[in-house]
Design a protein around this ligand. Structure first.
Ligand code: MG
Length: 238
């Protein structure tokens, strides 16, 4: 089987933040969302540097191990720049990425660092392929708070791992086989903190075109407050 992926991405500053520190990338076989952290231009610099380094590194070695190495390359790019330019010290970013690997391109590798997410919508059900590196995710895993409580927890932006804040990084990794009629969603926390998994499921079920689905998700997040930058990348497998 040889599947095809059609991507569409939307990113928006939201209603509260003065600048958009999120960014996304879509190549033939690599799709990425990054949510930068740090004021005075640092967040935008981190997310863009990491995305560019990830894409360049994966293009040179488009394999599963190449993707893991590409996350390290992204980390190094941000970390070394922060070390060499004092005004960029402390910047960091999340990364969530999906890559097609293997001879037939049907194997999907998913990596994430931080709290940007990758969802799989298959057979009408939404599941998560990424695992958040955040304080609230740890609290949910230990049973101290519910998934719903996490979305408006005062410390919901605190990450336990991020790209570029130290010399090394270890991404969460998962795999799935691309199956025709699958949909994947890559998104920043500005999306899933504003809309529920049920709303995401409904949009992915109803909006036939990838660009309409991505648009509707971002519009809904803005309608619910838009308190953070919002990014949605929808991938259709055919
Ligand atoms: Mg965010």
């Amino acid at each position: 089987m040889h599947t095809t992926i059609t991507p569409a991405g939307v990113t928006d500053a939201g209603h509260v933040r003065p600048v958009n520190q999120d960014c996304f990338g879509a190549d033939d076989d690599l799709f990425v969302v990054a949510d930068g952290m740090g004021d005075q231009g640092r967040g935008e610099t981190a997310s863009r540097l990491a995305t560019a380094a990830l894409r360049a590194s994966f293009a040179a070695d488009p394999t599963a191990t190449g993707l893991i190495r590409a996350v390290s390359a992204a980390n190094t790019a941000v970390w070394e720049r922060a070390q060499s330019e004092p005004q960029l010290a402390g910047m960091g970013t999340t990364i969530a990425a999906v890559a097609r690997v293997g001879d037939d391109g049907d194997r999907l590798v998913v990596v994430n660092v931080g709290d940007s997410r990758v969802y799989l919508f298959r057979d009408g059900r939404l599941t998560r392929l990424s695992a958040d590196h955040s304080l609230v995710a740890d609290l949910v895993r230990s049973g101290e708070i519910s998934e719903a409580e996490a979305t408006d927890h005062p410390e919901r932006h605190r990450l336990t791992h991020a790209v570029g804040v130290g010399p090394h990084v270890a991404p969460h990794v998962s795999h799935t086989m691309a199956t025709p009629s699958d949909r994947l969603l890559l998104c920043s926390d500005g999306l899933f903190n504003e809309i529920t998994p049920e709303e995401i499921t409904e949009v992915l079920a109803i909006e036939a075109a990838t660009d309409a689905a991505a648009d509707r998700l971002v519009t809904l997040a803005n309608a619910n407050g838009g308190s953070d930058n919002i990014t949605a990348v929808v991938l259709d497998v055919t």
